[in-house]
Design a protein around this ligand. Structure first.
Ligand code: DMJ
Length: 619
């Protein structure tokens, strides 16, 4: 009401007292009372029963007790309710900023990129709705590195040889598909499935191991069938014990490569899901993982035969490449931290003569038996030091130093020349040399060639020579047999050179290492002898290992006729045939400056430092 003497305020409705109702009828009074009480009930309900209303009240109507609490000395943010409010506000602010940034990003994108984002988002939502959501993965922009597929070689002879190797893959894959689909491996003579206990009850090792070979050979119908199997059947939820190393190099590695080659999200999802299942293996006092792990219980242990419960160098040392990619693809830093911690443990230890013993106790963090080998039990540890550096686009200086230091120690203590001049890498047992070289050790020719370019102190030429000499020795181990296939191990003692002398070392199980070295040597030198040697191996495989139902290993390479072991190893498709195919392909097919092969020959992209160097190739 305006003060006395002032006119009524403009627009204000003045109701003359004479027009006010002096009394209501009983029904009107009742209705008014009802409306009023309903209003009061609503207000009370809102105040006391709506979530967080009391906090709202205290903040809005009264002097906020939360604020008071916070001003008390020493009690800053100790009130959980207030801390929670702040967290909620901070989250809202962050989400808001994120949404703004995303919107800004989207505006800068090309229409086809926006379309791809929408498709990915749709696929994600569809998966969540069908319960396949699994791990909640962050969005990762997919770029296919160059050379995922190649073109036909110009030279007709090379072209024909390459086509022949593809035909071999068709025979190996077709036989597996026909007789052993879904099993881990094929028994090509008895034409049935074969399951190795290395994979517990995980199935389909051959499918996952072969995915990238199918892709690079452009066998897309087969690749799609394999993808379909992976989507529907590849399962890791089982109460079974697996080899952490084997599952990592074949399954995680195979899935990662399939993802990087094809861009199919299912492979990223499965790789991360499996990687997460392997993480409990690292629950040891030192963080050096167990060799064996029950995927359900997460309980690990070591091989009972391994020096006083030790973990094995080639096993815990061959997780690095895959785990670095798992962190990148999942946004989970745990993978990277676990493998970097392995490095820390190793770097704290004294190394006898600079060498890495094969056994390390995960509880005490001390070496077990002083047995050193560049073959079985040690091999791929050295390979992964070098490749970690290369895969990091040469940023991982620690990996580089560890590799070249280790190689120097190997050269000094293990590398020897036979009487007739064959270079070999022996094994070292507590200071004594065993003059034996495993088929597995033959990968070292390729590794040394791959690292030669970065060798410190002008050693590039020297290391290329070493690599070539090892390739020659390994070729000799094939050439000196009746079947022209290499034995599991060959010796340089008792008057023999590059020959197996023990019956249990005379078998050949379709291993890739010698051909792997030929492939690297060919890429770096283009010396035709490496293709010739590779072709000799193709002919021997066709003659002695090919059977109607696939390819089989043989029990004795010195026997005049093959005695088949009836196993087509999954690495025959993953590695042996892939390296042969690449040996007869041009160098821009999976080029080394963009791809690094894991120890099962699964190509993983180099993590380029310069992000503008990431090609977005459409093939
Ligand atoms: C493969 O599984 C891998 O190459 C591993 O590093 C060692 N052995 C086999 C093939 O021989």
């Amino acid at each position: 009401t305006p003060p006395p003497g002032f006119p009524p305020l403009t627009g204000q409705k003045v109701i003359s007292s004479s027009r006010l109702p002096t009394s209501f009828r009983l029904t009107e009074k009742f209705i008014l009372l009802l409306v009023f009480s309903a209003f009061i009930t609503l207000c009370f309900g809102a105040i006391f029963f709506l979530p967080d209303s009391s906090k709202l009240l205290s903040g809005v109507f009264f002097h906020s007790p939360a604020v008071e609490t916070n001003t008390r000395p020493g009690s800053d943010s100790s009130d959980p309710a207030s801390a929670n409010d702040e967290r909620v506000l901070a989250k809202i602010r962050k989400d808001h900023e994120k949404a703004l940034l995303e919107a800004k990003d989207t505006l800068q994108k090309r229409p086809d990129e926006i379309k791809q984002d929408i498709l990915n988002e749709k696929e994600k939502v569809a998966k969540e709705n069908t319960g396949q959501g699994g791990n909640d993965l962050p969005f990762v922009e997919y770029h296919r590195p160059p050379g995922a597929t190649g073109h036909e070689p110009q030279d007709p002879e090379t072209k024909e040889k390459r086509a022949k190797i593809k035909e071999m893959m068709k025979h190996a894959w077709g036989s597996y598909r026909r007789y052993a689909w879904g099993s881990n491996e094929l028994r090509p003579v008895s034409k049935q499935g074969h399951s190795s206990n290395l994979f517990g009850s995980i199935k389909g090792a051959t499918i996952v191991d072969a995915l990238d070979t199918l892709y690079i050979m452009e066998m897309f119908e087969e690749f799609d069938a394999a993808t379909d199997w992976v989507e529907k059947n590849l399962d890791f939820n089982m109460n079974a014990e697996v080899s952490v190393f084997e599952v990592n190099i074949r399954f995680v590695g195979g899935l990662l490569s399939a993802y990087y080659l094809s861009g199919k999200e299912v492979y990223r999802r499965k790789a991360v899901e499996l990687g997460e299942k392997l993480l409990p293996a690292f629950k040891t006092p030192t963080g050096i993982p167990w060799a064996l792990l029950n995927l359900k219980s997460g309980i690990g242990r070591n091989w009972p035969w391994a020096s006083g419960g030790s973990s094995i160098l080639a096993e815990y040392g061959t997780l690095h490449l895959e785990f670095m990619h798992l962190s990148k693809l999942s946004g989970n830093p745990d993978f990277e931290q676990k493998v970097m911690n392995i490095r820390k443990v190793l770097n704290r230890l004294d190394k006898p003569q600079g060498l890495y013993p094969n056994y390390l106790n995960p509880n005490s963090g001390q070496w077990g038996q002083h047995h050193v080998s560049v073959g079985g039990l040690g091999d791929s540890f050295y390979e992964y030091l070098l490749k970690a550096w290369l895969m990091s686009d040469k940023a991982d200086e620690e990996g580089k130093k560890m590799y070249y230091d280790a190689l120097q120690a190997i050269e000094t203590n293990l590398m020897r020349k036979s009487t007739s001049g064959l270079t070999y890498i022996a094994e070292w047992k507590g200071g004594l040399l065993e003059h034996k070289m495993g088929h597995l050790t033959c990968f070292a020719g390729g590794m040394i060639a791959l690292g030669a370019d970065g060798a410190p102190g002008d050693k590039t030429g020297h290391q290329m020579e070493q690599a070539a000499e090892i390739a020659r020795t390994c070729h000799e181990s094939y050439a000196r047999t009746a079947l022209k296939l290499g034995p599991e191990a060959f010796r340089f003692d008792g008057g023999v050179e590059a020959i197996a002398t023990r019956q249990n070392e005379k078998y050949f199980i379709l291993r890739p290492e010698v051909i792997e070295t030929y492939m690297y040597m060919w890429r770096f030198t283009h010396d035709p002898k490496y293709r010739e040697w590779g072709w000799e191996a193709v002919q021997a495989l066709e003659q002695h290992c090919r059977v109607e139902g696939g390819y089989s290993g043989v029990r004795d390479v010195y026997a005049s006729a093959p005695n088949h072991d009836d196993v087509q190893q999954s690495f025959y498709l993953a590695e042996t045939l892939k390296y042969l195919y690449l040996l007869f392909s041009d160098d821009d097919h999976l080029p080394f400056d963009h791809w690094v092969f894991n120890t099962e020959a699964h190509p993983l992209p180099v993590l380029k430092k310069d992000k503008t160097d990431i090609p977005n190739e459409v093939e």
